[in-house]
Design a protein. Structure first.
Length: 269
C-alpha cells in the first residue's frame, strides 16, 4: 500500500512540475523568394503574437540587454536555426518589433553571444497558425562582414535587413532588395532614402548604388570625388554635393548637385 502511495505522490509531483513548464513548439523557417505581404487579421482576441521578457543567457553582471520570447496563445515559439539539426531550436530574441498594427507579424533577431550578426526572421500568423520566414540570402561578397548589420530602422516606414530585405511597417510587406551583383549583398553603407521613401542609397567604394524597392529598378551614380568625411560630416558632405531627382517614370534617384545652387536639406530627410 505504501508503494502505491509513494508512486501516486511521485506522479502528482511530476505532473505539477510539468504544469509549471511552458509549452514550446519548434518551427523550421521557410525561405522568402518574392515580395510577400503578412497582414493577417485575427478572428479572435487571442489570435495574435505576444512578447514576453525572457531570462538572458548572459552571465556578466554588466550585460543588461533585454531578451524576449514570442508566444502564440499558450505556446512559446522556437526557431530551428539549422535545417539539418533539430537540436538547433532557439526561442530567445535580442530584437523583436511588431510590423503590423494587428500584432500578427514580428520581426525578430536571434539572441546570440557568438559575436557574429545573428539571423533575422519574420514570425507571422497565417490561418490561425504560426509561420516563420527566414530573412537570409547567401552571399559571397568580400566585404560582407562590414555590411551585414542585421536590422536597421529606416524611419517610421520600416526596417532594412542586411542590405537584402526591406520590411515595411504597419502592413508587414517584405520586399527583396535587388542586388548590384546577384551573388553578393550590396557592398555599401545604407546612407539615406529619397523624399518619397521608396529609393535607398548605399555608399560604396566608387558610387552610390540606389534601389527603388517597389519596382526593383536600380541606379548607379559614380562618385564625383571619394569622401574622406566620417559620421555626421559625411552626411553633410552628401547634402552639399548631391540632390534627389526624378526620371521619366517619376522614380527618385540621387545625382550630383550644382554647387553654385543652394541645396534644400529637407530633401535628404
Amino acid at each position: 500500500m505504501k508503494t502505491i502511495f509513494y508512486a501516486l505522490l511521485t506522479t502528482v509531483a511530476f505532473s505539477a512540475c510539468q504544469g509549471n513548464k511552458e509549452n514550446a513548439a519548434t518551427y523550421a523557417p521557410r525561405v522568402l523568394t518574392a515580395t510577400e505581404k503578412f497582414n493577417y487579421y485575427p478572428e479572435t482576441r487571442g489570435d495574435t503574437l505576444a512578447l514576453i521578457t525572457a531570462e538572458s543567457d548572459k552571465k556578466a553582471a554588466e550585460e543588461t540587454e533585454e531578451v524576449f520570447n514570442v508566444k502564440y496563445k499558450d505556446t512559446v515559439i522556437q526557431i530551428q536555426t539549422n535545417p539539418a539539426d533539430k537540436a538547433s531550436a532557439i526561442g530567445k530574441f535580442s530584437t523583436a518589433e511588431y510590423v503590423n498594427t494587428q500584432k500578427t507579424a514580428l520581426l525578430v533577431q536571434i539572441a546570440d553571444n557568438s559575436g557574429l550578426v545573428a539571423p533575422v526572421y519574420l514570425i507571422t500568423i497565417t490561418d490561425k497558425k504560426p509561420d516563420v520566414i527566414s530573412l537570409y540570402r547567401a552571399s559571397k561578397g568580400k566585404e560582407d562582414k562590414k555590411y551585414t548589420k542585421g536590422i536597421i530602422k529606416t524611419g517610421r516606414d520600416g526596417y532594412l535587413v542586411n542590405n537584402d530585405f526591406f520590411v515595411a511597417n504597419v502592413n508587414a510587406k517584405v520586399f527583396l532588395i535587388k542586388r548590384q551583383n546577384p551573388d553578393e549583398r550590396i557592398q555599401g553603407e545604407f546612407m539615406l532614402k529619397s523624399p518619397d521613401k521608396q529609393t535607398f542609397a548605399f555608399l560604396g567604394e566608387k558610387s552610390f548604388f540606389q534601389v527603388h524597392y517597389p519596382t526593383g529598378k536600380t541606379y548607379d551614380q559614380p562618385l564625383k570625388t571619394l569622401p574622406t568625411a566620417k559620421g555626421n560630416d559625411l552626411f553633410v558632405w552628401i547634402q552639399e554635393n548631391y540632390k534627389w531627382d526624378r526620371d521619366k517614370e517619376g522614380i527618385s534617384h540621387l545625382i550630383p548637385s550644382d554647387n553654385d545652387k543652394i541645396v534644400d536639406l529637407k530633401s535628404f530627410k
